[in-house]
Write a protein of this length. Structure first.
Length: 73
């Protein structure tokens, strides 16, 4: 789904980490909805991998980066 929508491809896969690359960051207007999808896929991305513990921090990263990061504890 993310490949079809955003061109996201897996770049790094380990036992507890997934990093995906996209051709370009998502539009700022799409970032919050995508951040919600990322949270549904991997709650640790928000709950443990942000300074603030807020989904807004993930949304900010999505419109500024070509790398999507997921981590499971």
């Amino acid at each position: 789904y993310w490949y079809e929508q955003y061109g996201a491809i897996p770049a790094v896969i380990t036992h507890d980490t997934l990093e995906m690359l996209v051709p370009k960051p998502v539009a700022k207007e799409q970032a919050m909805e995508l951040a919600k999808e990322h949270y549904a896929f991997c709650v640790d991305r928000v709950d443990q991998c942000t300074r603030s513990g807020c989904i807004v921090e993930v949304a900010d990263a999505l419109w500024q980066s070509r790398v999507w990061y997921f981590w499971w504890d």
